[in-house]
Design a protein around this ligand. Structure first.
Ligand SMILES: Nc1ncnc2c1ncn2[C@@H]1O[C@H](COP(=O)(O)OP(=O)(O)OP(=O)(O)O)[C@@H](O)[C@H]1O
Length: 310
């Protein structure tokens, strides 16, 4: 469906995308993750024929995007929501795009309706909020009823209702057997939207896996236990090799290196009463952070946030 083979992009001395190969499957939402400057937008631009690879290739349905006869019907993209003439109305912008492919006005009305901006279709785009602009960009991507949807930070600037709409929309789109590539820095949102993730770091792929596998591999499970006899229980668990990293409120332990089942067995074996015992699911954010540690192009200095001593 979408296939990158040894895809490379160099800008002068900067290697933005470095010998990347992947294949995206239909019927799935693939999340595209990576720190700022990792090469995600460059990869998406090459996919949509807006930038030329220095080496290698990226194809949609077997050929480069630009070589398709009706590209809007093959893949639609939201890459830069601000790339619209501000003096145009939303409807005239979409009609101009539709005309390039001989698409009827009824299709324009349909995508305006689908993206919830039909009531502002007659307004000039220059007066649109960030969220309305994002919706217009998605409407444009959907015009040709494409098989592939490529969205660069689509929820950026959307209100919670808009974020939910994008999530449900792309999930339904993929459920009809089509392909979605979606970038976002919002890990909790990505965890609820994507089936598969592709993580870039400094232009190279550092993970290409189903989301569940990535979370399972990277995350540390935390076991929480509450007991009126937490001090004695903590001693017993540490003797079993558990690390107790926090004790809050006097009767709660936060544990690593031990399964909840074992905690329950040890407590029962010593007649210790438990009030709560649970395992926190590892998060995509934890897995992502541990994967991309060392891959950051732009890092902040925590000391810079400290007040300067007089
Ligand atoms: N036209 C360009 N000319 C020179 N360098 C560029 C150009 N476009 C991108 N780059 C550089 O290529 C690298 C990858 O940029 P890219 O925008 O693809 O990253 P990204 O993963 O999309 O980042 P972000 O999450 O911040 O959007 C960066 O170091 C960037 O500065």
């Amino acid at each position: 469906m979408i296939e990158a083979v040894n895809l490379t992009k160099r800008y002068g001395t900067k290697l933005a995308v470095d010998d990347v190969s992947f294949s995206l499957q239909p019927g799935q939402v693939t999340g595209f993750l990576g720190p700022n400057g990792a090469g995600k937008s460059t990869t998406m631009r090459m996919l949509m024929g807006l930038d030329r690879p220095t080496h290698g290739s990226i194809t949609v349905l077997g050929k480069p995007y630009a070589e398709h006869r009706n590209p809007l019907c093959v893949a639609g993209a939201l890459l830069d929501a601000k790339g619209v003439h501000p003096g145009r109305t939303a409807r005239s912008h979409l009609r101009a795009l539709a005309a390039t492919h001989g698409l009827p006005d009824a299709r324009v009305d349909r995508v305006l309706e689908l993206t919830g901006i039909d009531s502002v279709a007659h307004k000039r785009v220059g007066g649109f909020s960030l969220g309305m602009g994002q919706r217009l960009g998605i409407a444009a991507a959907l015009l040709g009823d494409p098989d592939v949807l490529v969205l660069d930070e689509p929820v950026n600037g959307l209100d919670p209702d808009g974020v939910l709409w994008v999530r449900e929309f792309v999930r339904e789109f993929a459920a009809t057997g089509r392909t979605v590539l979606l970038s976002s820095h919002l890990m909790s949102e990505m965890a609820q939207t994507a089936d598969h993730v592709l993580v870039l770091g400094r232009g190279r792929i550092i993970a290409d896996a189903p989301i569940a596998e990535l979370i399972g591999a990277g995350g540390r499970r935390t076991v929480r236990v509450t007991s009126p006899d937490a001090i004695r229980l903590g001693e017993l668990l540490r003797a079993e090799g558990a690390r107790s990293t926090q004790q809050s409120g006097g009767n709660e332990l936060e544990l690593h290196g031990i399964a909840a089942e074992r905690v329950g067995e040890i407590a029962a074996g010593h007649g210790i009463v438990l009030h709560a015992l649970s395992t926190d699911a590892a998060s995509l954010e934890e897995a992502y952070l541990s994967l991309t540690r060392g891959e950051l192009e732009y890092t902040s200095d925590p000391a810079a946030a400290q007040p300067v001593a007089a």
